[in-house]
Design a protein around this ligand. Structure first.
Ligand SMILES: [Zn+2]
Length: 75
């Protein structure tokens, strides 16, 4: 699809790193499936995956971990 940020690039499928901050906790997901703009590098993650990331972050924050780095796994 056409990039919504720079409006000139095209997005291509790839894997990205997504970092979430939550109440001082940092969680990093590696290998997240995403569409990435070939011009400006903007990353687009679909809604299902975003929800998965947020749910995981919620669970991790309950465990009291401050920093967590993990491979993304689809539910
Ligand atoms: Zn772009």
């Amino acid at each position: 699809m056409k990039c919504m940020i720079c409006k000139t690039g095209e997005t291509v499928k790839g894997n990205s790193v997504v970092t979430l901050n939550r109440d001082g906790m940092v969680i990093v997901f590696k290998s997240v499936p995403a569409e990435i703009c070939n011009n400006c590098g903007e990353v687009y993650v679909n809604n299902d995956i975003t929800k998965n990331l947020l749910d995981t972050a919620e669970e991790v924050s309950k465990s009291g971990v401050q920093v967590d780095i993990r491979e993304f796994k689809a539910a």
